[in-house]
Design a protein around this ligand. Structure first.
Ligand SMILES: O=C(O)CCC(=O)C(=O)O
Ligand SMILES: [Fe+2]
Length: 273
């Protein structure tokens, strides 16, 4: 049986279309979700840091892959697309059953020529917990360069979000998400995927964005990485999106049972004194 193709939506898709694609296939490509120049800006902002990053130290991380973090701090261009309408539509649909959901991690992934195919996996394996009910992550990869079958464009298995927990993919069951710079592959935490093999002569760059239900620990300690004084000038909705918000009826409190956004207000007040 051949693998069904990855659904593709235009940038002006409706919320219903992205919801239907994620329900049925667990993944979709949003063509041209951002302008190519935005991707160039992100790449330029992160290049000085990426040059200092070490290659991966495990099979999963990949000896031919460099992963660079602190993207929110280092890339104002990423901050402008962190709450892209397609991400919000997808997250609201997949994670909207939770009291809140938020950004969990952002990584700049450079796959160099010669890097082999990554293990096909579900991102929820990162929690190390068996039997997680339903979907708790809504993730994506922005094509910072074009993604092709040759340069290691992310592989995905449409429909695999519905597989039983014990089922494992055959090596040839996945398909590469071929997409132009500025397109976005969205996939749920249960959908099998992984970096492709880069048999081209050029680096493939993807910006991995992970989002999770608010009651989960974030993959990165975003509020430590982005302390109140640093985020004070950012838009309020982005600040809340990285975690400065009450996450549920009684989680995410700060101090005397306050909303952690009060930390940002304090940083703003201190600044204007
Ligand atoms: O770089 C890629 O294409 C995918 C990476 C990935 O899925 C991961 O590291 O979890
Ligand atoms: Fe992954």
């Amino acid at each position: 049986m051949s693998t069904p193709s990855i659904p593709r939506l235009p940038a002006d898709h409706s919320e219903t279309e992205v919801a239907a694609a994620l329900d049925e296939w667990g993944c979709c490509v949003i063509e041209g979700a951002a302008a190519a120049v935005v991707m160039d800006e992100i790449a330029a902002e992160l290049a000085p840091y990426a040059r200092q990053s070490e290659p991966g130290d495990s099979d999963f991380a990949g000896a031919g892959t460099r992963r660079t973090g602190l993207v929110l701090n280092r890339s104002p261009a990423y901050r402008r697309i962190a709450m892209h309408p397609s991400v919000l539509a997808a997250g609201n649909h997949v994670l909207g059953g939770a009291p809140s959901w938020n950004l969990s991690s952002v990584g700049f992934f450079e796959l160099f020529p010669g890097e082999p195919k990554q293990l096909l996996h579900r991102d929820i394996w990162k929690y190390g917990v068996e039997g997680i009910p339903g979907e708790v992550d809504l993730n994506g990869i922005w094509a910072v360069t074009d993604f092709s079958a040759e340069n290691g464009g992310t592989h995905v298995i449409p429909g695999s979000h519905l597989w039983d927990d014990g089922r494992r993919p055959a090596p040839d069951e996945s398909l590469p998400a071929e997409m132009q710079k500025g397109s976005l592959l969205l996939y749920t935490g249960r959908t099998f995927h992984g970096g492709g093999s880069n048999v081209s002569e050029r680096v493939r760059i993807g910006l991995s964005v992970q989002h999770s239900a608010g009651w989960l620990v974030q993959t990165e300690m975003l509020m430590v990485e982005c302390p109140p004084a640093e985020v004070a000038d950012w838009p309020d909705d982005l600040i809340r999106f990285i975690g400065y918000q009450w996450r549920g009826p009684a989680v995410g409190k700060y101090g005397d049972h306050e909303d952690p956004f009060v930390l940002v207000e304090q940083a703003r007040a201190a600044r204007s004194r």
